[in-house]
Design a protein around this ligand. Structure first.
Ligand code: ADP
Ligand code: F6P
Length: 358
């Protein structure tokens, strides 16, 4: 068992409901193992500037129910520079921080890999509402975000029904359509637009028209923010005008925005955050580093961060020259398999959404 005296924990990138539950789990598991825990404020910024505070069993009391992050978060471009990294390593050395647990998305994991390469073993915990990390079937925050979306859409649906209107609702997710797809299906949307699949505009308009002709009063479309008309305009707002012009159906627009990043985390997010948080400390004790906690085939596991980042680029069609050179044929086949399974899951749901929208 590896020996650590003190570990640091930070939250970076966009916050996600469940981050606090993970902070609590890491802290309590580590303290249980005789390891001190220090909270680093505002992600990699805090590491660069030395903004640290000790975490105790008491300081993480009553946070499992709270959204946001008690350690605050930030995006920190300076961390990508050599000077920024040197300052971060200095902070670790001066404060005897032996290892780091970094909560965030793929950008945060790139930072964690850099830390490991500079001698500070680091472990990632996937926290992002977007569920856009290919190496894991689930990222902390996704379930809460989807539940917030279905509640908001439900409220909009009520008023749409009263006034025989349509409402196109745009939801976050960056380049990933998971939130829009899952929450759209669960909201009974007539149309769902996501960046992963081509959106057939004429077909979607005919769906709304037919539904109205068959007596449907209130109608919902859920569109991912990642679907763009051009570099400056989101597709959702354009579609609102187009649908109204072509069908005469009064159509409103709502952008849910950051509201889906808040709200008390759901059971699923609290549970996975707790399991992954405790798992991250176990990984460190087992001598593992540069891994990200993940859910694979429904089980909590850990995956090498470099593998996870390359797999992600493979899924997103962004592989760089030489990316696959370090992996065995078996690992590459596994990556293709993971990409195919993820795509199939989305395709299946997307198809069902069309079949059931009447
Ligand atoms: P997320 O972790 O949610 O993907 P970002 O992409 O904004 O969010 O990344 C969070 C932070 O991680 C960045 O602000 C930066 O400090 C760090 N980071 C991102 N990319 C890299 C990289 N290539 N190398 C080192 N650090 C990075
Ligand atoms: O990655 C989480 C996320 O909420 C995305 O869905 C969204 O595109 C982005 O972060 C918004 O970032 P910011 O909080 O910087 O506006």
């Amino acid at each position: 068992m590896a020996k650590f005296r003190k570990i640091g924990i930070l939250t970076s990138g966009g916050d996600a409901p469940g981050m606090n539950a993970a902070i609590r789990a890491v802290t309590r598991k580590a303290i249980n193992e005789g390891i001190e825990v220090v909270g680093i404020e505002e992600g990699y910024n805090g590491l660069i500037n030395g903004n640290l505070r000790p975490l105790t069993n008491r300081s993480v009391s009553n946070i499992i129910t709270r959204s946001g992050t008690i350690l605050y978060s930030s995006r920190c471009p300076e961390f990508k520079t050599e000077e920024g990294m040197a300052k971060a390593i200095k902070t670790c050395r001066e404060n005897q921080i032996d290892a780091i647990v970094a909560l965030g998305g793929d950008g945060t994991f790139r930072g964690a890999t850099d830390l490991t390469n500079h001698g500070i073993p680091s472990i990632g915990i996937p926290c992002t509402i977007d569920n856009d990390i290919t190496a894991t079937e689930y990222t902390i925050g996704f379930d809460t975000a989807m539940n917030t979306v279905i509640n908001m859409v439900g409220a909009l649906r009520d008023t749409c029904e009263s006034h025989a209107r349509c409402n196109i609702i745009e939801v976050m997710g960056r380049e990933c359509g998971m939130i829009a797809l899952y929450a759209g299906v669960a909201s009974g949307a007539v149309a769902i637009a996501i960046p992963e699949f081509e959106f057939n505009e004429d077909f979607a308009i005919s769906k709304f028209r037919e539904a109205r002709e068959h007596g449907k009063r209130g109608m919902i479309g859920v569109f991912a923010e990642g679907v763009s008309l051009d570099q400056e305009h989101k597709y959702s707002e354009y579609f609102v005008r187009k649908l109204q012009a072509e069908t005469g159906i009064e159509t409103k627009f709502a952008r849910l925005g950051h509201i889906v990043r808040g709200g008390s985390p759901t059971l699923r997010d609290r549970l996975h955050a707790t399991q992954m948080g405790a798992g991250a400390v176990s990984c460190l004790l087992d001598g593992k580093s540069n891994v990200v906690m993940a859910i694979k085939n429904g089980m909590i596991t850990d995956i090498d961060i470099n593998y996870a980042l390359v797999l992600d680029r493979m899924y997103k069609g962004k592989l760089k020259d030489g990316d696959l050179d370090k992996f065995t044929q078996e690992q590459i086949a596994d990556m293709h398999d993971a990409c195919a399974r993820r795509r199939a899951r989305m395709e299946n749901l997307y198809r069902i959404s069309f079949e059931l929208s009447k």
